[in-house]
Design a protein around this ligand. Sequence first.
Ligand SMILES: *Cc1c(COP(=O)(O)O)cnc(C)c1O
Length: 414
Amino acid sequence: MSQPTSATPYAIHRDRTIGDATRLLHAGAPALREGSGPVNVPVVRTSTVRFESVQAHEDHHHRRAAGEPVATYGRHGLDTHRALEEAILGLEGGHRAFLAPSGLSAIALVLVGLLSPGDHALVADSVYSPVRRVDRTLLQRLGIELEYFSPAHDDLGSKIRATTKLVYLESPSSLLFEVLDLPRLAALAHQHGVLVATDNTWSGGWFYKPLALGADISIQAATKYIAGHSDVMQGVVVVDSPALAEKIGLAYEALGLSVSADDAYLALRGVRTLPIRLAQHQRHATEIAEFLQTQAQVERVFYPALSTDPGHALWQRDFTGASGLVSFAFRDGDLAAAHAFVDALRFFGIGASWGGYESLALIAAPERLNEHSYWQGTTPVVRLHIGLEDPADLKADLAQAFEAAATRRERVAA
Ligand SMILES: *Cc1c(COP(=O)(O)O)cnc(C)c1O
């Protein structure tokens, strides 16, 4: 492979003439020095940056001020950070990537970076619920108003006000995976000069390209599929224009956000195998979703790749695959049966988060589900992350857990 030699090196992460996987795997590869070098960029830890002259120091400040992703201080990160940013840009497209210490901090960065006192933003009501906490505990205090709308039932255009600055989406949504019509919603927002940001964590950026579908900003919890091994917290914000990069960059600097080189390395190491991991998560999750549909205690399965899912047509149009998250609602079940079910699972850890190699189960809190206009059911919902274990073992595990739930119901009824 030819190596960059000119002042403006060949930016493989922006080369749309090569395939998505090739771009993702080769973006950010370290240049060879004196004829050789490692495959991976090393972990470059530093608290500050040294320069060979005062002039070089000043030049870097100017380049940074002009929007180039160069470091003048340790907080900005060096080679490891640049390599990860390039891999993320290779994945999502876009103009500039910002690394944040968690997915939630990436979300807060976008909201605080774009909204000012008196501004209004419209947020899909099925959004990742901690967004509402950012709203209650931070944005309201700053005089910023978030309004939650129903992507399925509301006319977005009629909700946009003169003070509306942002439409904030997540597709598919948290817990029930409501698929949103991003091209339509983005076109409506843009008609009114309103920016669109969307949380793309579910797809890992592999199965879904929000910036190509009209969003201005794509956000991910890299904690999930990008890192992929349940061993790091991280977030990314990808913006589509230099103007947005400047705006988000100012807030990023003001908040002093930074990611350790070790964590950047873990995310970079993880993201190289994203395509193959997600393909396997999809295979396993599809098998489990179909299995769940055959279960007597299951009323409904939430997984956009199923032809019975209401979001299936939109998913087919806008996505190239489905990830490992599957939820289901119990038929006539009470919470005690759901507890018995989850407690009986052997190969599913009980816990929040997902996107690692392993399976997880979580009872969706009813008060969270009540916030989502997408589904009006009242029976308990269990969210599963289907990992890379043998699907036969997962199915056997789920089957015995359904038996435990049935036994619990019989005992309650007796
Ligand atoms: C987990 C998650 C986040 C937050 O990421 P953290 O790294 O845990 O802060 C944001 N959005 C979605 C959809 C998530 O699932």
